[in-house]
Design a protein around this ligand. Structure first.
Ligand code: HEC
Length: 98
């Protein structure tokens, strides 16, 4: 009986860990595929002053993805889902600190 409970606990925690790892990987993969061409290393090759380095609030990133403008393309929910946009924004904020 006891081993059964332990097995379930281990399975659940391993499952949660892989979800977290997957989220981080997704953000990085999306950034490399869709953003890095214009924002290499968190910079901005089109408008240098609009670098994405140093952004602290992930919602700034998710809003800009949806709004686009000023030379930046718009990414709707078909291009990047809400969940993917969130992990992408978290990746940007964590990776490109000043
Ligand atoms: C075709 C080039 C291009 C691509 C691809 C691109 N961007 Fe941009 N991005 C820009 C430009 C140009 C601006 C400046 C827009 C402006 O002046 O409002 C910008 C601005 C931004 C800003 C606001 C920065 C600030 O200081 O106000 C964020 C955040 C951002 N981009 C994130 C992203 C993310 C995340 C992706 C990938 C999904 C992405 N961009 C893809 C060109 C691009």
């Amino acid at each position: 009986m006891k081993t059964g409970i332990i097995a379930v606990t281990v399975a659940v925690s391993v499952g949660m860990m892989s979800v977290a790892a997957f989220a981080a990987e997704t953000g990085e993969a999306i950034f490399k595929a869709k953003c890095a061409s214009c924002h290499p290393d968190g910079g901005n090759i089109i408008k240098g002053k609009k670098a994405i380095k140093g952004i602290k609030d992930p919602s700034i990133v998710t809003k800009k993805i949806r709004a686009g403008g000023g030379g930046m393309p718009t990414f709707d929910a078909k291009a990047i889902s809400d969940a993917d946009a969130k992990s992408l924004a978290d990746y940007v904020v964590k990776t490109f600190k000043k």
